[in-house]
Ligand binder design. Structure first.
Ligand code: GLP
Length: 235
């Protein structure tokens, strides 16, 4: 197994370590950065956007977006990325799936083509409590490409706190597939807090299985797992 595991004290220290890896990739001529949403990568994004790194000629491609939400909707992943990253320090161009495109075939093919034409050099991932990456829930085939996902009830429930009403939570999302993610040259997956400890253990120490999407990363040759002591507590 080739995964490098880096354990830090807390998410703040994780942000500094995540920044270092991003900076090293940039120094090594990475030009396409894959980005994630969720609370996990925020400390890394804070360090990157506060730095003097010059990625003004680079592009970013996000993992996923809710189907049906406009980019201006406060809970859209477009809005999240604007707030936590792009408004502070922009790339030359940033791509996020178009949640308003009702044509599933067209949108997923468009996005997959975009990634094929701009291969991802450095991909940042968060880890879901159930081991998901992007919106790829347990059971998603390891060779999946960009697709429309029907959200599980547990994901809908977990996200309901961000909406006025549970009924307002989107039921579908567009997400890079697991196969899409695996084509990235280098991957950084971050996880913080005790509620990620089970998923971290399964991802790193148990056999790779489609029931734990992140365990596919055991099969990738350049992965860093960046976790805090709480997330590492079951290793
Ligand atoms: C959502 C996102 C994932 C993210 C996960 C965990 O499901 N689609 O990309 O990793 O949430 O979120 P958090 O980082 O807030 O724990």
């Amino acid at each position: 197994m080739m995964m490098k595991v880096k354990i830090v004290a807390d998410p703040t220290a994780g942000g500094k370590a995540g920044y270092e890896l991003f900076a090293a990739a940039l120094e090594n001529n990475a030009r396409v950065f894959g980005l994630a949403t969720g609370s996990t990568p925020i400390s890394t994004y804070d360090e990157i956007t506060a730095s003097n790194l010059d990625f003004s000629k680079c592009i970013s491609i996000n993992l996923d977006e809710y189907v049906s939400l406009a980019p201006t909707h406060p809970q859209s992943y477009h809005a999240f990325m604007q707030e936590h990253f792009f408004d502070k320090k922009p790339f030359s161009k940033s791509y996020v799936p178009d949640g308003l495109n009702p044509d599933e075939q067209e949108e997923t093919a468009r996005y997959e083509k975009l990634i094929a034409e701009n291969p991802i050099d450095f991909q940042i991932l968060g880890l879901g409590r159930n081991g998901h990456i992007g919106f790829n829930e347990p059971g998603t085939p390891f060779d999946s490409i960009t697709h429309r996902v029907e959200l599980t009830q547990s994901t809908i429930d977990a996200n309901a706190r961000f909406f006025d009403n549970e009924k307002d939570v989107p039921r579908y999302a567009y997400s890079m597939g697991i196969g899409t993610i695996m084509k990235s040259k280098e991957i950084l997956i971050e996880a913080y807090g005790e509620n990620k400890a089970d998923a971290v253990k399964k991802m790193i120490e148990e056999p790779s299985t489609e029931q734990v999407p992140a365990s596919v990363l055991q099969q990738h040759s350049n992965v860093t797992v960046l976790i805090d002591q709480a997330a590492a507590s079951k290793l």
